[in-house]
Design a protein around this ligand. Structure first.
Ligand code: URA
Length: 268
């Protein structure tokens, strides 16, 4: 399969895609002996690519996957002090260099992306790209719609103002589904240790859906605490255009090329 020359150079570790384009523009890259241009494509393992006369090899396809993170796992690939790490749940040996894109708290469940592509990870986390993330939170107390207004306009946290978020109260069938999900994850987290105190059958609780376009540390919990409704349990339902679908808790699946391309489409 042919790939664009700048992608080939980036994947071989020569430089980022943009810097690789600069090398091509400068006429320093040749394919099969001929000076390449920005439209050049190469067949890895077949075409000979050189930069300043030096042969470039080692092309590999990046891998990006989603994990349905259970409660009780720390978002880290290595941490001697943690009982359970997300690295236990993903095929780290099969795909060396796999790392989580952003983080979910130990007691948060839901969609966590991993990739071997550092460039993709950095791009997705860059605040200016505003990739939307959807969270479902079980909060303490009966909440009214008007209490969510400050979250919709922006709220002052100790590290600055938040961007306007979409916020709504979840009711009806969706609320029942969310409560069930939280019950299940609470039971599971008892086996791994840490979990939040989501007491069963308490009518003094509400379910809230928040869509954030940024990723400050513990942002959902801090935003909901700031309006007087501490989070009892938290689940990330979607990241950009991706949702967990029917992926079971604790399982992962590779993203298709099309899904990765959709993630890249958020980049400005
Ligand atoms: N916001 C939080 O407060 N915690 C998470 O794990 C993710 C977002």
């Amino acid at each position: 399969m042919e790939v664009r020359l700048q992608k080939y150079l980036a994947r071989c570790g020569v430089a980022s895609r943009r810097a690789s384009e600069d090398l091509i523009r400068a006429g320093r890259v040749r394919v099969n002996g001929l000076v390449a241009d920005l439209g050049s494509k190469v067949e890895p393992g077949v075409d000979e690519v050189t930069v300043d006369g030096k042969r470039i090899e080692g092309f590999f396809e990046h891998v990006t996957l989603m994990l349905h993170k259970p409660a009780g796992y720390v978002t880290s690939m290595k941490d001697e002090h943690a009982n359970h790490l997300v690295s236990e749940l993903v095929p780290e040996k099969e795909y060396p260099g796999l790392y989580p894109i952003g983080r979910l708290d130990q007691d948060t469940t839901g969609l966590l992306l991993f990739s071997t592509d550092g460039e993709l990870g950095h791009a997705l986390l860059r605040p200016k790209n505003h990739v939307p993330k959807t969270y479902i939170a079980l909060v303490d107390g009966q909440i009214s719609d008007s209490e969510l207004t400050p979250l919709r306009t922006g709220i002052l946290l100790d590290d600055g103002m938040t961007l306007p978020a979409e916020a709504k109260i979840v009711r009806g069938v969706e609320e029942q589904k969310a409560r069930k999900l939280f019950e299940v994850s609470q039971t599971a987290s008892m086996h791994t240790g840490k979990g939040m105190a989501a007491k069963k059958g308490n009518s003094e609780q509400s379910v809230v859906c928040l869509v954030l376009h940024e990723g400050k540390k513990r942002q959902v919990k801090r935003m909901l605490s700031a309006i007087g409704h501490p989070v009892l349990a938290l689940h990330r339902e979607s990241f950009g255009c991706l949702t967990l679908g029917s992926l079971p808790r604790g399982s992962w699946r590779l993203l298709s090329d099309q899904e990765v391309a959709l993630l890249w489409s958020y980049m400005q």
